[in-house]
Write a protein that binds this ligand. Structure first.
Ligand SMILES: C[C@@](CO)(OP(=O)(O)O)[C@H](O)COP(=O)(O)OP(=O)(O)OC[C@H]1O[C@@H](n2ccc(N)nc2=O)[C@H](O)[C@@H]1O
Ligand SMILES: Nc1ncnc2c1ncn2[C@@H]1O[C@H](COP(=O)(O)OP(=O)(O)O)[C@@H](O)[C@H]1O
Length: 273
């Protein structure tokens, strides 16, 4: 059992590079293929052993009840199988919500990793990913938190070699929230002719012509500001720009840090993520 020390982790966001929705599944979910890439926008999640379980947050307001917070849900799932003490949990929310950045899923996955380490649960990667799969389709990605080609519900992975560290990634979050469930309603699934697993091997300068996010058409149709942000990123010199996941955030990949003052009028801008 861990001593009552301060336990803290910094869950990070992800972006989707390409997203093809390929089929509707009998369980109501969709099969898709995407590349998940971790980015440096972080929450801070801390816990100490306490007389009773509690949860509080600061920073961006999180919609919904505390018992539905993915941190609490993650704790409850692990506690079903393992002996855990009550914890006082505090989340400082910095990752934009309804952004396609997977922030809630990241909190849950990082919390499972914290519980595993601090309370010496000896969980395998697979066991932690299986808890995550019950919490959200993109949650399992954050256990290993490295670039992957994801398929099925977006919760099965193949490793890929993708290192964007020599580029500058800029992310813009317009003042909008897009619900993933709503975004799926605007989609007609279609099998892709060339797998994203192959397309991602193309030189970055060619991604613009070949790598698409299937959500963009309908989501930008509903929220034209997202399309304007994407256009502005290209005008600022992005080699590749795309909405992340089901939106509303948009990222641009640049060779060098651009001047983006005009984008600040369109949303919150995160540089060098
Ligand atoms: C589709 C992605 C792409 O990255 O969207 P973003 O959330 O990142 O925008 C994610 O995988 C989402 O992951 P996550 O947000 O954890 O999804 P969940 O909570 O499991 O599901 C939210 C809703 O999206 C729909 N959904 C999600 C994943 C999937 N493969 N098929 C679906 O149809 C379902 O309607 C579900 O009720
Ligand atoms: N720890 C959390 N952080 C953010 N959202 C959470 C969290 N726990 C539960 N949620 C719920 O998940 C929804 C969106 O999750 P999030 O992962 O931030 O967005 P996205 O689906 O765009 O990636 C919110 O509407 C909120 O009600």
């Amino acid at each position: 059992m861990a001593v009552n020390k301060f336990m803290i982790v910094f869950p990070n966001a992800k972006i989707n590079i390409g997203l093809n929705i390929t089929a509707k599944r009998p369980d109501g979910y969709h099969n898709l293929e995407t590349v998940f890439y971790p980015v440096k926008i972080n929450d801070a999640l801390e816990a100490i052993i306490a007389p009773q379980l509690s949860f509080a947050s600061s920073g961006i307001t999180i919609p919904g009840d505390i018992e539905n917070n993915l941190c609490i849900k993650a704790y409850e799932f692990v506690k079903t199988d393992h002996d855990l003490p009550p914890l006082k949990i505090h989340l400082h929310k910095h990752i934009p919500i309804g952004a396609g950045l997977g922030g809630g899923s990241a909190d849950a996955a990082f919390f499972i990793k914290l519980l595993d380490q601090q309370f010496e649960l000896n969980l395998t990667v697979e066991a932690m990913q299986n808890y995550c799969r019950q919490l959200g389709a993109d949650c399992a990605f954050f256990i290993e938190n490295k670039p992957v080609y994801a398929f099925d519900k977006g919760d099965q992975f193949e490793s890929i070699e993708l290192d964007l560290s020599k580029y500058v990634i800029v992310l813009v979050m317009p003042p909008l929230h897009v619900s993933s469930a709503d975004a799926f309603r605007g989609i007609k699934p279609e099998l892709s002719t060339v797998s994203l697993k192959e397309l991602i091997k193309l030189p970055l300068a060619e991604w613009k012509e070949h790598i698409k996010n299937d959500f963009e058409k309908s989501v930008i149709g509903k929220f034209p500001l997202i399309g304007e942000v994407k256009q502005s990123l290209y005008e600022a010199g992005a080699l590749y720009a795309s909405m992340s996941g089901s939106g509303a955030s948009v990222f641009g990949i640049f060779e060098t840090l651009p001047s983006l003052q005009h984008l600040e009028a369109k949303g919150s801008v995160f540089y060098n993520v």
